[in-house]
Ligand binder design. Structure first.
Ligand SMILES: [Zn+2]
Ligand SMILES: [Zn+2]
Length: 324
């Protein structure tokens, strides 16, 4: 099969012809229809996440057709493969509904080969059934940007005024869900990105502006999708007493020190780590009711490096999706 392979962090992916994956017990063999390009892939390729399997096929927003199943699916079924690829099922986290924190979790496109390929193998217990009618390219960003975005919104509690910092693939989906739930969305972009601000307004944001200017009202919650630690004190200054700042990315630059006064008043700073299968089931049931419309641009698999470079440069509206 053709695949794009990471041999060393910091180096471009290389196109390769690999042997077809051999599914292990419990795994399905899948033909990849589409695989979204996530910021986490960038952190892996750039070496900001420390221990990827090498060589590695990245990619964890996979929409695929089942070629051979271990029993859960039928050939021809469509499934989604997310970041959470395997958990131990027996640690304190797995046993208490927090499998996203499993001590031995394995992640797709990091510990396990992912979807930047024509074929992949995945543990069926961690795949989500998808309707065949759903467009593969449109659905791909739901598998991480949508799903972990949804978890970050849940962790913002019942906040009526939600600030979204960094308006990329996750925020463009979360904005639609939050508006559907009757919340007001305040979109904060990097200074000068008026195009992203207009995009946010077109998706129902009450207000859009830049992080330096700040929102025109006090927020109940702020969700940070941009991996910039300096946004933590900025966002704390924008949330009301008792409000929460949710850091939704897997990697962030260092958070500068700040006055305790910013945290005082029972403000909370927390992170979001990974997803549980329950998050996926809830979100994928909710998405068609919103309905979530993803803004996607298909890119041929062979041009994965170009797609990553555009994401790194912030030159993407919505999400890029690789098509083998
Ligand atoms: Zn576990
Ligand atoms: Zn992701």
């Amino acid at each position: 099969m053709r695949a794009m392979v990471l041999h060393a962090p910091g180096a471009p992916l290389k196109a390769a012809e690999l042997p077809d994956p051999e599914p292990q017990p419990g795994q399905a063999l899948l033909r990849v229809l589409a695989c979204g390009v996530c910021r986490t892939d960038l952190h892996v390729v750039d070496g900001e996440l420390a221990h990827p399997k090498l060589p590695l096929v990245p990619g964890h927003e996979i929409v695929a057709e089942v070629v051979a199943s271990a029993g859960r699916f039928a050939p021809g079924d469509h499934v989604g493969v997310p970041w959470l690829g395997w958990t131990c099922g027996e640690c304190r986290y797995c046993l208490t509904g927090h499998e996203n924190l499993c001590d031995r979790a394995r992640f797709t496109g990091y510990d396990l080969d992912g979807g930047y390929a024509e074929l992949c193998a995945a543990d069926e217990r961690f795949c989500f059934p998808l309707p065949v009618s759903l467009g593969a390219v449109e659905a791909a960003p739901l598998l991480c940007a949508g799903l972990i975005g949804y978890r970050s919104l849940r962790l913002a509690g019942d906040a009526a005024r939600v600030g979204l910092y960094g308006f990329g693939a996750a925020a463009h989906i979360v904005c639609q869900v939050a508006v559907h739930e009757g919340r007001e969305v305040y979109a904060l972009t990097r200074p000068g990105d008026v195009e992203a601000q207009a995009f946010a307004r077109s998706l129902g944001a009450t207000w859009a502006g830049d992080t330096a200017e700040g929102p025109p009202v006090e927020l109940d919650a702020a969700i940070l999708y941009a991996p910039a630690g300096e946004l933590v004190p900025t966002a704390l200054a924008h949330v009301r007493k008792g409000g929460v700042v949710v850091c939704a990315g897997i990697h962030m630059s260092d958070i500068p020190s700040f006055r305790y006064e910013l945290l005082w008043g029972e403000r909370v700073v927390r992170s979001v780590a990974n997803l549980t299968r329950a998050d996926g089931e809830h979100f994928l049931a909710l998405a068609p009711k919103v309905p979530v419309r993803t803004h996607v641009e298909p890119v041929p698999l062979a041009r994965a490096n170009e797609a990553l470079a555009r994401l790194r440069a912030g030159a993407v509206r919505g999400a890029l999706v690789l098509v083998p």
